[in-house]
Ligand binder design. Structure first.
Ligand code: ACM
Ligand code: ZN
Length: 614
């Protein structure tokens, strides 16, 4: 099937230019002066006295420089002198417009100063500084361009979610994921820890959750055969490992928001403790991806005792102020037939099962408030009435986010059509299997989180934006990387950069430098942005117009119309062209004489106005 999507449309942004440094997300203000500062082994990183956080950031910076120039850079105290050849990290900063996360980065010919109100700002200054360094240095010095950068984020919630329920990833990989987040100044790791298909967090009081609920009989779902293999899959994080990950995130100024799903997506817990369901079970761990009808029974007091015990342990493990309680996709089938649920509806004077779900979430909210935690939930928690202090994650489009903001509740925007990184990022025939959908790099980049439907007063409730990596079809850490990068770079710019400074042409240029960094880091990122979109239009009157485009900067596209493989000697695409007889168009992107994309294929039969992708 050919996807008739014109990825070149809606180009509201101005053309490239004036983005001289390859920084992602692009800062609020950048000026350059054409000179250089040379970092050598005599350069000293100087920090304010008695500040362990700055010391840690300085050590990270020294580590980066050591791997680049192969000699140690000393760390000293900032004594206020105007000595040359220093990289100063300081909180002695006179303007207060930078907030908690902003920073200033000045590279002079004689030294560097990164200043901020808080260490978090210095940390983000370091992330920008790293992007000014060359990917590799062949000598004991590195020159970086002189610049003045003033920067702070647009949104407070800059999130990335990872579903470890459908598939388990190692502690080491979670740390890498956090590193990628930090690189892009993302500050909220939403850790989807429980699912129908796996319970992944050790709960001391309920050991069967992980003894039983963390393991299932099959791993890989084969869509064509509609079946799962027989390789058992499972795993969970011990509480010590959770603490290790939370500390690792904290060092990178990332808040971890754990998600404990309720009332739906809870079958793994019910396999372990069937008495918490409406029917009493027994249940088996599911191996197919479908929404499960067996969910927690809110007619049963034991359910609340259990969840409160679980949340007590969870609240103690995660220092952040917010716990995600799920709330999505909870079928009401069992509640409708359950005498206990129906008795609860009656006793509480509830109208229906939606209000029963709302009762459930409100009870959990009240409990968590006693632990000083607020809840966030998927937008279904609006149905039957929002809990008074709940924040909403809008995933079924943006309507839930709009409704919640109008009710003055905090919102994180994560609409599936812009922010679900389990979707395909190119033509499916050129991609590893994904859940469906289509979410190109350009589409992620184009997202505007503040809906026009909101007044300025309501818009302040849009706290930010997040992308979600659901893992039904992501059965390796390498594939998480593939699905996450480079789209997380586009997310970062949506979340950080002022809307007026977003620039798709400039972003594509800057991504070329990012790809080189990914290569140096050994990341299995997607190169789908290089793949050619072959769009067929005007397929009438026995002719068709073919337009070729990519999501990459200045692509050199070579193509054929006779179904042979495109090579560097095939014609170069310059402008849309016509075909008047049946043809198979094949094209690919080349850089420096080498093919960097897969081959795109479209069959066109202009006589019948029929055209098909591979
Ligand atoms: C969701 O995608 N079910 C939140
Ligand atoms: Zn029930």
């Amino acid at each position: 099937m050919l996807m008739l999507i014109n990825v070149c449309s809606l180009r509201a942004q101005n053309a490239s230019g004036n983005q001289p440094l390859s920084i992602v997300p692009y800062p609020v203000s950048v000026s350059t002066s054409g000179s250089k500062f040379v970092i050598s082994k005599s350069t000293v990183i100087r920090i304010d006295a008695n500040n362990p956080e700055l010391l840690q950031i300085a050590q990270t910076m020294a580590g980066e420089l050591k791997s680049l120039v192969n000699s140690s850079v000393a760390i000293g105290i900032n004594n206020g002198s105007k000595a040359l050849n220093n990289i100063v990290l300081t909180l002695n900063h006179t303007a207060d417009t930078l907030g908690d996360e902003g920073y200033k980065l000045s590279v002079h010919p004689t030294g560097i100063v990164i200043s901020a109100n808080k260490p978090q700002g210095i940390f983000y200054g370091l992330q920008t500084f790293k992007q000014l360094l060359p990917v590799k240095a062949n000598s004991s010095t590195v020159a970086i361009p002189t610049t003045n950068i003033i920067d702070k984020p647009r949104f407070k919630w800059r999130g990335l979610m990872l579903d470890v329920g459908r598939y388990f990833y190692s502690v080491d990989f979670i740390k890498k994921y956090l590193d990628y987040m930090a690189m892009y100044k993302l500050n909220t790791f939403h850790w989807h820890l429980t699912e129908d298909h796996g319970w992944r967090i050790e709960i001391k009081k309920y050991p069967k959750l992980t003894q039983v609920g963390a393991w299932r009989a099959g791993t890989q779902f084969d869509r064509a055969a509609n079946q799962v293999d027989n390789n058992p899959h499972g795993g969970y994080y011990t509480q010590d490992q959770v603490r290790e990950i939370v500390a690792y995130a904290k060092d990178r100024y990332i808040t971890v928001v754990p998600e404990i799903e309720m009332p739906g997506h809870s079958l793994a817990a019910l396999v372990a403790y069937p008495e918490l369901s409406c029917t009493g079970g027994p249940f088996k761990m599911p191996v197919l991806w479908a929404i499960q009808k067996d969910v927690y029974c809110p007619g049963n007091e034991q359910t609340f005792t259990f969840l409160q015990d679980v949340l007590t342990e969870v609240a103690a493990l995660f220092p952040g102020p917010i716990i995600h309680i799920g709330g999505d996709e909870c079928p009401k089938d069992r509640w409708k037939l359950c005498p206990k649920c129906q008795a609860r509806i009656k006793a509480e004077g509830l109208k229906d099962e939606h209000e029963l779900q709302s009762y459930f979430i409100k009870r959990i909210e009240n409990f968590l408030l006693t632990k000083n935690k607020r809840i966030i939930g998927w937008d279904e928690i609006l149905e039957g009435g929002l809990a008074p202090n709940a924040a909403v994650m809008s995933w079924r489009g943006i309507a839930g986010g709009i409704a919640a903001a109008k009710q003055h509740h905090d919102v994180t925007m994560t609409p599936s059509n812009f922010m679900y990184f389990d979707y395909y990022q190119g033509e499916p025939y050129n991609e590893p299997v994904a859940i469906g959908g289509l979410l190109t790099l350009e589409k992620v980049y184009s997202y505007e989180p503040v809906p026009t439907e909101l007044t300025a007063d309501e818009a302040v409730y849009i706290k930010g934006v997040q992308a979600n990596v659901w893992s039904e079809f992501i059965h390796s850490a390498e594939k998480v990387e593939y699905m996450t990068l480079p789209r997380a770079a586009a997310l970062a710019e949506v979340a950080w950069t002022p809307a007026r400074l977003k620039n798709w042409e400039g972003f594509k240029d800057r991504m070329d430098a990012q790809y080189k960094r990914y290569d140096a880091m050994g990341i299995n990122y997607s190169k789908s942005a290089y793949n050619v979109w072959q769009t067929v239009t005007n397929a009438a009157n026995k002719q068709a117009t073919i337009t070729l485009a990519t999501n990459s900067a200045k692509p050199e596209i070579h193509y054929t119309t006779d179904s042979t493989e495109p090579t560097i000697t095939s014609p170069v695409y310059k402008a849309p062209f016509r075909v008047t007889t049946p043809a198979t168009i094949k094209s690919a992107t080349f850089k420096g004489g080498k093919q960097v994309s897969k081959v795109s294929v479209t069959s066109v039969n202009p006589e019948h106005a029929v055209f098909e992708g591979k």
